[in-house]
Design a protein around this ligand. Sequence first.
Ligand code: R5P
Length: 279
Amino acid sequence: MKVVSTQRSQVLAGRLATALNIPVIDTRWQKFPDGEIYVRAEQPAEKVVICGSILTSDDLVEILLLKDIYSESDITLVIPYMGYARQDKQFNPGEPLSARAIARILGADVSRVYTVNIHEKSVLNHFHTEAADVTLSSPAAEYIKTLSLDEPLILSPDEGALHLAEDVAGYGKWESDYLQKTRLSGDKVRIEPKSVQVSGRDVVILDDIISTGGTQATAASMLYEQGARSIHTVGIHGVLASGAYTRLTSAGIASISCSDTIERACSTYSAAPVLAEYL
Ligand code: R5P
């Protein structure tokens, strides 16, 4: 078995190969003058792990091209961060079910797919091949331990994401809760934990995706007003769209962290050991 990576996921692919003690295939990526992508991976492989996160449409095309290069091989596709997975429903008439559209093309002609903390598990059904989601609750918890916080409270930004906060909190025997939004007037909302007081406490706001950072920054400002001692933010996937760092730091967030499903300056823990176990 060998690992081949898209341009986006080179660090994680390298860590995965090290964890599995298998080689990484030398790959070249280039762009034609018209913007088309060129990929070349010369080494043959009977079994190949394609590792590629999808943050942009080019990332998606690179995976399709790698799948084509290895179309004679047994392919395991690892999608550490699957963009488009948030559009998992038709919210308005005339919209695509984007997650389904992407999953269908990715799942074709591969033996199995692994995603990591996919936004919505039902998306796995659209791959039309064996598909499983891997959770990074354990390495996220190990990272939180390194912050040496005093009995941190692990908060999820909404009730829907509480299972992730509970899971992570379980590893450290910490308390968990979710944030509830109450509309006070036309333009005023209050965000506070459903049942736990934050006054004097170290708080970790945990979410599957940190995108614009807006959710976390708004919550942090309000939790500081309620007396929180320190607020840290931990995401599984650091999308960190333009301006997110500024938004988060100016809200007084003490530390920003995410995994290497998308390689960022704040990637403090890796998906590789957990993915390696599955592979
Ligand atoms: C949404 O459903 C996700 O779980 C995250 O809460 C969301 O993507 C965070 O977005 P942002 O960082 O832009 O507030």
